[in-house]
Structure formats: C-alpha cells, structure tokens
Write a protein that binds this ligand. Structure first.
Ligand code: UFG
Length: 344
C-alpha cells in the first residue's frame, strides 16, 4: 500500500483528503500540531473509512520532529502539504506569525523530503494569487497579482519556493492546487469545518445563523458591478476538492506530469453571488435566513470563478456536486455539531 504524508491532515480540507486517500487504497500518515483542529477528527475518519490513520502531533517548524516522523514512517512516496495558518485578517495584524509558520514549515518539509528521498509534493494554494482577474473565468495563465494580505503573500512565496526547488532538482516534482471557495462537509456529517469563534467565511456564518448561534448575517455589499450587486465566487464541495488531491498524487507518482512544477485551478467553473447562495440555502434548509445588506468588506474581490478545463483534462477530475448538495452537507454538519456539541 502506498504511503502518503498529509500535513495538516486533521484540518478541514486535510481530513476530507485523508478519507479520499484511504478510499482510493492509500495509507495516510498525518502530521498536525492541532493548532486549528481537534484530535477527535481521527475518530470521524475512522468511522467513515474503517481505518484509523497514523497520526503524529508535530510542528513542521521543528526539523528534528519532521526527521523523526519520516524515519518512523519509512517508505512515504508523496506529501500533501496543507498545514498552514489561513486567517486573512489575523495575517494582517500578525504578519510575522504567518511568514514564520507558513514559510518555515514548507522549507523544512522540502529539505527533509529530499533527504528521505520523497520526490512528490502536492501543495495547497489559493485563487487569492489572482486577485481580481481581468478575464473571467480565470485560467492558470492569468497573472499573479501583488497579494493583498500577508496570508495571500505566503501562498505566492510558497509557490515560488516550490517552483525554484523543482527547477533546481531533477527529482522533486510538485503540483500546486489553487482552491477557489471550499465549502460543505462529508455526506456522513462525521467530519467538516470547525471554525474558531466567529466565522469569517460566508457558509459557516450562514449555517450558524440558521441554527441560532449568530443573530444576523451581514451581506458585505450589494453595489458591486455584478448582476445582483453582491460578490461572486466559485464554491466547491470540499469532497470534490479532496478527490482532486488524490488525482494530483496519482499524476505525480504515475509520472504523468508534464513539468516538474504544475499549477491547477480547483473550482466548479460556476460563479455564484452571495445573494444567490443565500436563496439556495433557504431553499434546501427550509430556514428563512435573517440577513441584512451591510457595507463592503475591505479587500474583497468583486468576482472570481475558475476556468477548470485544464484540471478537467489533465487531472481527469471534475467537481461533481451541485450547489444544493454542497449546501445541504454544510447544513447537516452544522446540525450534527449542535447535537454532539462538537465545536472548537
Ligand atoms: N461574505 C458576506 N458575509 C459574511 C462573510 C462573507 O457577505 O459574513 C461574502 C464576502 O464578502 C465574499 C463572499 O461572501 O463576497 C465569500 O467570502 P468568504 O470569506 O467565504 O471567502 P473569500 O472569497 O473572501 O475568501 C476565500 C478564502 C481565503 C482566501 C480568499 C481568496 O476563505 O482563505 O478566498 O480570495 F484568501
């Protein structure tokens, strides 16, 4: 059985990816310092798959801990690197925390992968690198614009570090996956997103408002240059996103990659406005959402959605879930969290 290292494997996207790796016949070894996730996620993974993955509570900024992990779990053939801080606002107020953690952990990982002859890396990147693209849908050829937050800058710098490393070494091969807006949860409702405190992201805020934890949702702006005035994003089901990671690993270890460093957009190819998403949520949940139109949120991109044709063709992968199915999974997860008290 092929063994894959998953850093950040107890996190939101990481845990769903571990499930899909196991389902595809891989053995996952999770490295996570639990800074933004719960150990109970391992039980959720086990209930879904029947397998409890190996877990090491380590900080990737500590190179000796990483070395020990790779020695203890020999024979790893690829790494998927999720572990990173990801709160845009916090990165503005604490930039060094973000630069230190996100860059140091990647550099350590690349160095120790190479020393342990692990030659394949899938990296968790973001459509934030495109800013507000001139042409929509956005392709992988669109220019990378100056980042609007230290968080976004760490994604750009990490991509550059990997690109340079892959160019310098004949052996390291890597794929960066640029996520659009991941939402939803596993259909079993046994794993999902566990936002800390007041959610920044739209869908957790919607489900928490619908269940009564938050009083009212604010729609940040209805005066944008879009059909209904609210911002447009490409919302992708986290399980579809997770499956793309398996496809990326298979491309690398099967030697099907065409360059040492490749980049793919992961979205659905469909842009959905905030107001449209609210209406769809109300339809699938039967809950009337208490929301108001508020001012624009600073730094928001007006509209972005993915051209997914490159990922569809080259990875042999396509997002399958409808927006309705995706929102229903998020709603089921919120209800499960209420009944189990499962919250951060
Ligand atoms: N929104 C609201 N009300 C809220 C929360 C969000 O109206 O309470 C709106 C936002 O203004 C935006 C849309 O919902 O138009 C989506 O906002 P999210 O915060 O869910 O997602 P973003 O697109 O802003 O952010 C995502 C990731 C970031 C990443 C960024 C790149 O969460 O990690 O995309 O564009 F950096």
């Amino acid at each position: 059985m092929k063994r894959i290292l998953v850093t950040g494997g107890t996190g939101y996207i990481g845990s769903h990816t571990v499930v899909e790796l196991i389902r595809a016949g891989y053995e996952a070894v999770i490295a996570d310092n639990l800074s933004n996730s719960e150990i109970s996620v391992l039980e959720g993974i086990e209930k879904i798959t029947g397998v409890k993955p190996a877990f090491e509570c380590i900080d990737l900024c500590d190179p000796s801990a990483l070395d020990h992990l790779l020695t203890r779990h020999g024979g790893i053939v690829a790494a998927i690197h999720f572990a990173a801080y990801k709160a845009v606002g916090e990165s503005v107020s604490q930039p060094l925390k973000y630069y230190r953690n996100n860059l140091t952990s990647l550099i350590n990982l690349l160095e120790w992968m190479s020393r342990h002859s692990i030659l394949h890396l899938v990296f968790s990147s973001s459509c934030t690198v495109y800013g507000q693209p001139e042409k929509l849908p956005v392709t992988e050829q669109a220019p990378v614009l100056p980042a609007t937050s230290p968080y976004g800058n760490t994604k750009q710098i990490c991509e550059a570090i990997i690109r340079d490393t892959a160019a310098a070494s004949e052996s390291i091969k890597s794929i960066a996956l640029r996520y659009f807006n991941p939402i939803g949860a596993h259909a079993s409702a046994l794993i999902g997103e566990l936002p800390v405190g007041i959610p920044n992201n739209l869908v957790p805020f919607i489900t928490q408002t619908a269940i009564g934890i938050r009083e009212q949702l604010s729609v940040f702006g209805n005066d944008y240059n879009t059909p209904d005035g609210s911002c447009i994003r490409d919302y992708i089901h986290v399980v579809d996103l997770a499956k793309a990671h398996v496809a990326a690993v298979e491309r690398l270890i099967g030697g099907k990659n065409k360059k040492n460093f490749e980049v793919f957009n992961l979205g659905t190819g469909r842009g959905v406005s905030v107001l449209e998403l609210i209406r769809t949520f109300e339809k699938i949940s039967g809950v009337k959402l208490n929301y108001k139109i508020a001012g624009r949120r600073e730094g928001d991109t007006e509209q972005v959605w993915a051209d997914t044709s490159f990922a569809n063709r080259e990875l042999g992968w396509k997002a399958q879930s409808t927006l309705e199915e995706t929102l229903l999974s998020a709603w089921k997860w919120e209800q499960y969290c209420r009944t189990t008290g499962n919250r951060k």
